[in-house]
Design a protein around this ligand. Structure first.
Ligand code: ARG
Ligand code: ZN
Length: 877
């Protein structure tokens, strides 16, 4: 059953609008009961527009109150208005001003798109299609105009009035009202519009740009939270300096404002000069947020700031090009974090994230190219493929062109396209023109879905001192793309000799090799290296030089050798992860394991832990045992999550038991009385300590250590880690720790999210009933995306054995919750539903019960376009 439209939008149908919007004047009159929006749009036909062509503006749930052109009210026959569009039948064949008024009910807007109210504050979210919920408009990214915004509101409830650009006037408006007038000189698409009105506290600072202009910075938040905004401010200033240093990009307005709100559909939004943030990505204070939170705040503050050039100054022609701004900006924020912290550790972090969220998307029913060519609901395409795979594509480009070539291309991009709404083709073209490289084959990365699978085989001929290496690429079919073309894949590599050092070669034939880079551009390439004195071990895809899966022919002992000797830290880490994954996956599929396998692995882990040259954060990553989901994905099909969980647990026990005392000693040696600092060094030490605790709890049942750490903790990082571990393993003291945590931090919604997440990850069979009770509690805030995602999102994405329980209870719990949430907030509902993308990997019984839950959702409920589209794609409809 569905009432919403199922219309599909195609990239091939793109055409510019017949009318341009020359300028925009908005007048918001905000009152408690309702908000009146008056829009005066200066519009003109394009040169080639036939006289009399109707003007069709987008709307969404609007009600037109008045309409006039050049001051004259329109007669009824001159226009047609409904909730979703406004048509002016025969507009003047010259420049004119269209003047409309609508009334909005922000209080009733639970979708959190358009103008809504969050904890008393009026705020907006317009990307991608929220502006049409504010006024009738050509709501698409290729319509750019300068905006002037007048806001009038009651002084008592909304002393702070903000919009994009510069404040040009403010004052009293009588009757207890006041006003502010904002002007943004930079033409922008409507999705970058923002408005905030409320009673907010703030912190201020300033930044002087490289050319000497002073920019006023402010972060606004709920009163009382000001002191928790300093880390965000510091991150902002570091981001501004970095973008000047690394890309020569200077900020362009006199003010830069950030506002933290509690109800927000995703992380944050790069509105011109007025970024709006989910408050969880602003507030930082050691007792209530973790090191990981600090890390995310720094990253997202940087991400939104970087959008000012990659997204705002140069925007997207249409939403199919979303990756143009998101992939590129994620690449930029990853680079920023790498420069600010440890590059290898950041790379491991980003790859773990890619593998755990993007690979499953790309290998399942929701797979789509980074640049899709059709969609029903664009909100469903703000995906990890567009963002994170998009960043990997930019990273490969930088690898192929080298640092200098990449920078030349970026400079040309900014020079050539500033002020435009452009495309991915235009982006690739600047690199071709700047460096003289043909990127036609490389461009396929944007158009083709699926993770390439690389098969490696090699042989060594001692007599001729020749080493042969064969690399084969293959991409499995994905929805709508049965046949795949070969990609251009940069393979950064080295040949590691028997003593652990790099081997050089006197010649190479059979393919393209430039220094330490193989260009794999055929379905299969065999390279012959000559002048090789001993059989080398190949270290391939160093630094994860391409987003691919590799099945290598390396034995466990070769992998362990790389883990100990590779000069590339990423591959050292990856080699051990591969060994662990192979062992657990093998056991889950009934392959027996030899004791000697474990001895070597255990020794490699101990060697890493005891190596004084490696930093703590790196070691923490090495001992992070691949999770159940990741093992399940490695197995790929007919997965029984219970068998995976058991195999993983058994391995941990066998691995840890013999070295329990040593691990405990290391764990204790990392205890510190130093005052908390979120810096990378301290955070690395804490994460290593947590990693050791994880081994001890999971492999040796040491819940006593978790409890002791929980009680002794002097910061949230240590306290949360201890509780979360106990909860996940559902140790005897888990319930007590969860209970203590809940009361200790009662009244702090962002800490409640942590409790919800930890609760949702419990591995015991009682978890679903407890979650049902949590959700059904009368005071559970069912309109808040953070709360819902913490509980339901964590469950579907990180509790695979309970979500995919054999009796189907996990699936039903989620589809029932989705049906209910969909009525309130379709974006949150459809996001939660994407967890069902694992179905094709599961064994038949679970697959069927998952499908049954989805079929019931489809037949019994009226669903939003958001949820309807995801549901149909997962069901393969
Ligand atoms: N442009 C924002 C960012 O990545 C996110 C907007 C997300 N919008 C959405 N509908 N999911 O920085
Ligand atoms: Zn972004």
């Amino acid at each position: 059953m569905r009432t919403d439209t199922e219309q599909t939008i195609y990239l091939k149908d793109y055409a510019p609008t017949p009318y341009r919007i020359v300028s925009v004047d908005l007048d918001f009159r905000i009152l408690e009961e309702a908000t009146r929006v008056r829009a005066q749009l200066t519009i003109e036909p394009r040169d080639d527009t036939a006289p009399g062509t109707p003007l069709v503006l987008n709307g969404d749930g609007l009600k037109l109150e008045t309409i006039a052109i050049d001051g004259l009210p329109l007669v009824l026959s001159a226009y047609a208005a409904d909730a979703d569009s406004l048509t002016v039948v025969e507009p003047p064949n010259r420049r004119f001003v269209l003047d409309t008024e609508v009334m909005l009910q922000p209080e009733a807007n639970t979708k959190l798109m358009g103008l809504y109210r969050s904890s008393g504050t009026w705020c907006t979210q317009c990307e991608p299609e929220g502006f049409r919920r504010i006024t009738y408009y050509l709501d698409r990214p290729d319509v750019l105009a300068p905006f002037k915004v007048r806001i009038t509101a009651p002084l008592a409830v909304a002393p702070v009035l903000l919009s994009n650009g510069n404040l040009i006037d403010k004052g009293d408006a009588g009757d207890g009202l006041h006003f502010a007038l904002w002007e943004d000189p930079f033409p922008k698409p409507a999705y970058l519009f923002a408005l905030v009105a409320g009673d907010l506290g703030s912190i201020t600072d300033s930044f002087t740009t490289q050319s000497g202009r002073k920019v006023d910075l402010a972060i606004y938040c709920t009163h009382g939270k000001e002191n928790e905004c300093h880390y965000a401010m510091d991150s902002l200033k570091r981001s501004m300096a970095w973008d000047e240093r690394r890309f020569g990009r200077e900020y362009d307005l006199d003010v830069f404002n950030i506002v933290a709100v509690s109800d927000f559909n995703f992380g944050a939004m790069e509105n011109k000069g007025l970024n709006i943030f989910n408050d969880k990505l602003v507030f930082a204070e050691p007792n209530t947020v973790t090191d990981a939170n600090y890390h995310s705040i720094e990253r997202v503050i940087a991400h939104e700031y970087f959008h000012n050039w990659t997204g705002n100054r140069i925007t997207c022609r249409d939403w199919f090009q979303l990756c143009l701004k998101e992939g590129l900006t994620v690449y930029r924020d990853q680079e920023f974090t790498s420069d600010e912290r440890s590059r290898p550790v950041q790379r491991i972090h980003d790859v773990q994230n890619l593998r755990s969220s993007q690979f499953p998307e790309d290998g399942g029913p929701l797979a789509h190219p980074p640049r899709p060519d059709s969609f029903r609901e664009i909100n469903n395409f703000y995906t990890t493929t567009v963002y994170e795979k998009g960043a990997e594509i930019v990273r490969m480009l930088a690898t192929l062109l080298g640092e200098a070539g990449f920078r030349k291309g970026m400079d040309l991009y900014f020079e050539r396209h500033d002020g435009e709404a452009t495309t991915i083709e235009a982006f690739l073209k600047v690199f071709e023109d700047a460096t003289g490289t043909d990127l036609r084959q490389f461009g396929i990365w944007y158009l083709q879905a699926g993770t390439p699978q690389i098969t490696v085989s090699d042989s060594y001929d001692a007599a001729s001192q020749t080493y042969s290496l064969t690399l084969t690429q293959k991409v499995e079919p994905t929805p709508g793309q049965p046949d795949k073309q070969p990609l251009l894949i940069p393979v950064r590599f080295g040949l590691v000799g028997p003593n652990g050092s790099e081997m050089s070669w006197s010649g190479v034939s059979g393919g393209t090799v430039k220094d330490d880079l193989i260009l794999l551009d055929q379905p299969s390439v065999t390279l012959r290296f000559t002048g090789i004195a001993n059989k080398p071990i190949p270290s391939l895809f160093r630094g994860f030089s391409a987003p691919v899966k590799v099945s290598s022919s390396l034995s466990q002992s070769d992998l362990l050798f790389l883990a100990g000797h590779d000069s590339d830290p990423f591959n050292r880490w990856d080699a051990l992860q591969t060994v662990l994954t192979n062992l657990i996956a093998g056991a889950a599929q009934g392959r027996p394991r030899a004791d000697s396998d474990l001895d070597g692995l255990r020794q490699a882990i101990v060697d890493t832990l005891e190596n004084p040259e490696l930093d703590e954060a790196f070691k923490a990553n090495v001992i992070a045992i691949p999770g159940e989901s990741s093992i399940g994905r490695h197995i790929g099909k007919d997965v029984d999550p219970d068998a995976v969980a058991k195999a993983r647990h058994d391995l941990l026990v066998a691995l840890v038991k013999p070295i329990e005392a040593r691990l405990e000693a290391m764990y204790r040696s990392l205890e510190t009385s130093a005052a908390y600092s979120p810096d990378a060094k301290q955070a690395g030490e804490r994460s290593l300590r947590t990693g050791l605790l994880n081994l001890l709890v999971a492999g040796a049942g040491r819940s006593d250590l978790a409890e002791a750490q929980y009680n002794a903790a002097t910061n949230m990082t240590d306290r949360y880690a201890a509780m979360a571990l106990a909860a996940r393993h559902w140790t005897g003291n888990a319930q007590a720790l969860l209970g203590d945590f809940r009361t200790r931090f009662a009244g702090d919604p962002l800490v409640f999210d942590k409790w919800l997440t930890a609760s949702a990850q419990a591995s015991d069979d009682g978890v679903i009933e407890r979650m049902r009770a949590t959700l059904a509690a009368p005071d559970f805030p069912k309109t808040n995306p953070n709360r819902l995602r913490s509980l339901l999102g964590s469950f579907v994405m990180t509790n695979p054995s309970q979500f995919a329980r054999a009796d189907g209870a996990g699936f039903r719990f989620i589809t029932e919750a989705v049906a209910e949430i969909d009525k309130v907030n379709p974006q949150v509902a459809s996001r939660v539903l994407t967890g069902f993308r694992v179905l094709p990997t599961l064994e038949a019984g679970r697959r069927e019960s998952g499908k049954a839950a989805l079929e019931a959702l489809k037949s019994q409920h009226q669903l939003s376009r958001n949820v309807g589209e995801i549901l149909d794609r997962i069901l393969g409809a």
